[in-house]
Ligand binder design. Structure first.
Ligand code: ZN
Length: 201
């Protein structure tokens, strides 16, 4: 099947539970979701679309807005091939959290020295280089940081030889989404120390 995709979207075709599935990825939004084609016994084809992410995450809506027209395009193509058949489109969120049991996201909870409550969370994204990679971490960890409701940063690898003056890409995701910044450990630690010092004051 041929798609006309926006230039920033790529697709991978693979078998999933015996059916053909297409997983879509966006340059800056990371994984968008997947569309599965299930052949029905009556010769029809069922188009099932799954958007990636937690429905409570506002970014899921953004991903859905890109995935939906692609899904509609596929449904239209199938209709033209199969005739006016019964093609159904369902939009359900794909399971959230790390995909494979072996996939572990390293994170660290920073407690407040005074009250002992968690005051911040750091998520380490060692393999993240593109904006899309950071978005993947933000999506997978959404249930965790939104549940904890503490300031949360996603921190990438040092951009050079590790040291207090070597910047890393840092994305603050909670309580407000910010854009990716380059910060040195020196700057970042100063900001974190101030946050911890002001907890429960
Ligand atoms: Zn405190």
């Amino acid at each position: 099947m041929n798609f006309v995709l926006p230039p920033e979207v790529t697709v991978k075709k693979h078998k999933l539970e015996g059916h053909w599935a297409y997983t879509f990825r966006h340059d800056t939004l990371g994984e968008l979701g997947r569309i599965m084609l299930q052949d029905l016994p009556d010769g029809q084809c069922h188009v099932a679309s799954e958007v990636a992410g937690d429905l409570a995450d506002p970014m899921t809506e953004t991903r859905l807005n890109i995935l939906r027209p692609i899904s509609e395009q596929i449904t239209e193509t199938l209709e033209s091939v199969l005739g006016s058949g019964r093609q159904e489109e369902v939009l359900t969120p794909a399971p959230v959290g790390p995909k494979a049991p072996t996939e572990v996201v390293e994170s660290k909870l920073m407690p407040c020295d005074r009250c002992g409550d968690t005051a911040a969370m750091l998520i380490f994204a060692y393999d993240a280089t593109t904006t899309g990679d950071f978005e993947d971490y933000a999506r997978k960890m959404y249930p965790k940081y939104s549940g904890l409701n503490v300031p949360t940063w996603i921190i990438g690898e040092p951009m050079g030889i590790a040291g207090f003056d070597t910047p890393s890409r840092v994305l603050k995701v909670w309580p407000h989404r910010e854009s990716i910044q380059q910060m040195t450990p020196k700057t970042f630690n100063a900001e974190l120390d101030e946050l911890l010092a002001n907890h429960c004051r």
